[in-house]
Design a protein around this ligand. Structure first.
Ligand SMILES: *Cc1c(COP(=O)(O)O)cnc(C)c1O
Length: 393
């Protein structure tokens, strides 16, 4: 839980700036805001860090998923390829915009595999939401080649791998759009918040207009602004942006510390011959938020995960977790919705109630993710290694 481990005076200062002006709204009010623009500043710094032209902040990572899709022109009736192993938000986003989720198998990268991707393509495929899961990246070269061959829009969900890179270029800069989350559990937190980045000027126009009721944001009389398109309200508040901005300014320290701590544990684990590590296509670009390991069988993984948790090691076992793996998503299998959604009207090429993911089951069943902490001391990590000896030795 990196960001939340570092909450302190910097966050308080940024929030106080906003409290002193009382302008919690990210637009206008130039005469009373005393030059304080937290959302705008956060966007500028976030775009610069990623080396992209544009960033637009939203209320959450889930609304960032919605915006990343919508701004890229994906909507009602479009088929969008998604992974069965992900925090569920991108799947919800696809359904909420009236599009059709089509699930593709993952592999030992913990992300959609090139083979899984190809097998899920139909003549109606419009986009793929590529989730860079558990801290690092998919096989981007192969995935991009398939997108180009089939004219499929690449959307990156970088919520779990912010700060990671692939072949020297930041994750989130390969897609037409990419989304990020600043919820309470992510690498940095704003309390709640999200971001979309893009290099495409027209897509960025869609981002800021759509997320603010279609406002053009031209001129300084909000009531008289033009509305070139219909929109929604996905606006981040200045208070949330203030917290996110202070957290974001700690990103270099967070990444460096995660990488250092992860290396200690990973190096130690290499002596256990039954353990395999998650396939990371570019190890240098690992954001290192998690150490992901495979046990030989599902039964062993479940047992070891329990023993790790009992020893106080922050270890997640996703196979039986309700939020991260399709196996337990009864509401999707039965498409239980509060109101009709597009997929019920347009139909899907997949039967969600009966579909099987043998490869993903095999991968996720054997997977344990150890969540890397920033505040671990050398002594803490030594204790963890001693526990590894007891559990795995
Ligand atoms: C957390 C997360 C989201 C959504 O984030 P919220 O800010 O909680 O809405 C989206 N995608 C992935 C992969 C996530 O892990």
């Amino acid at each position: 839980m990196p960001g939340t481990e570092l909450f302190g005076a910097e966050e308080r200062k940024e929030v106080n700036d906003v409290m002193e002006t009382g302008v919690f709204f990210r637009y206008n009010h130039d005469n009373i805001r005393n030059g304080i623009w937290k959302a705008k500043t956060f966007e500028q710094e976030f775009a610069k860090f990623h080396g992209v032209k544009h960033c637009h902040m939203t209320t959450s990572g889930t609304t960032a998923d919605v915006l990343a899709l919508t701004a890229a022109g994906i909507g009602a009736g479009d088929e969008v390829i998604v992974p069965p192993f992900t925090f569920i938000a991108p799947v919800e986003a696809v359904i909420s915009i009236g599009a059709i989720p089509v699930f593709a198998e993952i592999d030992e990268t913990l992300c959609i595999s090139p083979e899984g991707f190809k097998a899920a393509i139909t003549p109606n495929t419009k986009a793929i939401v590529l989730v860079h899961m558990c801290g690092s990246m998919a096989k981007l070269d192969e995935i991009i080649a398939i997108c180009q061959e089939h004219n499929i829009v690449l959307i990156e969900d970088t919520a779990q791998a912010m700060g990671g890179s692939y072949k020297g270029k930041m994750l989130g800069t390969y897609g037409k759009t990419a989304c990020f989350s600043f919820d309470f559990f992510k690498i940095i937190t704003a309390g709640e918040g999200g971001a979309v980045i893009t290099n495409d000027d027209a897509v960025y126009e869609n981002c800021h207009t759509y997320s603010d009721h279609g406002h053009s944001h031209i001129g300084n009389n909000r009531g008289m602004e033009a509305h070139p398109v219909l929109g929604m309200n996905l606006r981040i508040s200045e208070l949330h942006a203030a917290v996110g901005l202070a957290q974001f300014r700690k990103i270099d320290y967070i990444l460096e510390t995660q990488r250092k701590n992860k290396k200690v544990l990973k190096d130690y684990m290499k002596k256990f011959s039954q353990i395999e590590f998650r396939n990371i296509p570019d190890e240098k670009g690992d954001s290192a938020t998690m150490l992901n390991i495979f046990l030989p069988t599902q039964t062993e993984a479940e047992k070891v995960a329990k023993e790790m948790a009992a020893a106080g090691i922050p270890a997640a076992y996703w196979f039986t977790n309700n939020y991260h793996y399709f196996r337990n998503w009864e509401h999707i299998k039965e498409m239980k919705t509060v109101a009709p959604v597009g997929v019920q009207k347009f139909g899907s090429p997949q039967n969600y109630a009966t579909i099987k993911f043998p490869k993903s089951d095999e991968v996720v069943g054997r997977l344990i993710s150890i969540i890397i902490q920033l505040k671990w001391t050398d002594d803490d990590m030594k204790k963890i290694c001693d526990s590894f000896d007891k559990i795995l030795g």
